[in-house]
Write a protein of this length. Sequence first.
Length: 160
Amino acid sequence: MLNNRSLTRRQVIHTGLGVLVLAGLAAGTQASPARHLVVYKSPSCGCCGGWTNIVSRAGFLVEVHDRDNLDPIKKQARVPEDLAACHTAVLGNYVVEGHVPIEALEKLLAEQPPVHGIAVPGMPAGSPGMGEDATAQYDVIAFTLDDPDGRSLFMRIGGP
């Protein structure tokens, strides 16, 4: 059994971050119903700042938490490694990973699918925060936790 004196600084930090992520999940459903985004990003990442500005201008309440190391956040939020991007957000009961476009956030809120989250893996050129490009093509992927292969196309941006 652990007591307070036997916890390492790393354990306290990881536990605290887990509590923050879980609190974000809970707060997202209580605060400003559906349009409250809790965003975890690097303080030095300009594209993440660009994404949060775009989302905020679209009418979402954006709460930003700058972190030097996002790996513990992604782990606590259970973001699959192959879907990881440069920032992680919580929207209601959903995880939103990366440069997800506004239309995908709106669809997520409107349809409320039985998924854990949606992601735009990597940092595709032309995605929100990654430069404006009307011809950009990329996919938004939905993912579940109960099935390791639980990935599906949520939305295709651009292209056929």
